[in-house]
Design a protein. Sequence first.
Length: 359
Amino acid sequence: MSIAVAANETAACPKTMEYGPCGGVEFDGTCEVAAHRCVFLDVPTVRWHGVASTAAAGQSDPVPAARVSAGATAMRELITTRAIVVADFPARALDAASIAECGALLAGSVDAVLAGDAGSARVQFPPAYRASLIQATGVAVWTGFTCRDRNRVAMEGELAALAHVGVSAVHCVTGDHTKTGQRPDATPVFDLDSTEAASLAKAAGHLVSVGEAPATPPVGRRPARLLEKMRAGAEVCFVNHAGGVAPVAEFVDRAQQLAATMQLGATMQFIPCVPIVVDRESAELLRSFTTLVLPPGYLDRILDASDPFTEGIAAAVELSQQFLAIDGVVGVNLSGGTGPGREAWFAEALARIGQEVQA
C-alpha cells in the first residue's frame, strides 16, 4: 500500500497521526475518543519515511547546531554499567514547593524521574522549566514530551531548551486527547505524533524513548510499529502495563527477533512499567490508565493485606527483579501516583522501592 493511500484511509484519526495507532486503542479495537474502529487497524504498519514538511528551502537566520544533552551522555553511560530505576514524578502540577519536596525525597534513591503529563493535570510548567526545578533537587529528569499541545515549531524550541537544561532523556508520546481528562475545553494540536517527535528529539541531541502497549490492538503488529519508532530515532522503549512478566518477555523477544530480521544494526533497550500500588488511591489511579493490564492477582494481593503500603512495596520490588531478568531489559519504571495531598508520601514509597531494587 502506498503512503498516499494509507494517508487517505487514516485521515479520520482524531489525533491526525501519521504513524499510528496510539496506545489508547480499546481492547475491542475502537478509538479511545471516537465511536469508530481505530483507522490504523486495517492498514499495514506505516513504515518510517520521515517528518513531512512544507517549509521553504533555506533560512535567512540559520539555526545553530543542536546541543547534545549532557544528561543524555551520562544516562547512556549509566545504562551500560547496570540496570536503572526510573520513577514517575508525583509532585502536584504548577507547585514549585511540591516539586522541590518530591525531588528531595527521590534524590539518591532512583536514577531519574519521569516527569510526564497526566490527564488529570493538563496544565503543567513547560517541560524545560519543570526539568530545571526538578534537577535543582539533585535528581535527573527523564522528561515526558507530548504532541497534543504544541505545533512543530514550539516542539523544536522546547527540545532545544531541554537539551540546554541537560535532561537525561526525552520520552515522546502522542498524548491523550483533550476530550479525555479534565480539559476538554482545550483545542488539541497533534501537529506531529510520537514517531515524528522521536525524530525531532534525536536530531536535537537527546536520548529518546517511546512507549509501546503490547496488550493493545493490533497486538500482533506492535513490535513492528516499535521498530519504525526505532528507525525514527528512539533508543529505549517503555513497555506499558501488559499483564506481567511473561507477556513483557514475549513482546521483547518478538521485537528483538524482528529487529535482527530487518538488520537494523542497533538494539532497542526496554524499560517495563511496574505498577505501584500502596493504597486504594494509587490503585484507583492505575485503574484510570488507558488499556491497563495488571499481573493476575496483583491488586488483590496488595489491597487485601493487613498493611497495603508494605505489601505494595514488596510486590513492586519482586516484579521489578523479575522484569530485570529479561534479556534486553535495561531498567524498570515505577509507574503510578496517588491522590491530592499525598504526593510526598507516595514519593517516599517510590524511594524505598528504588533503594531495594538497586540493592
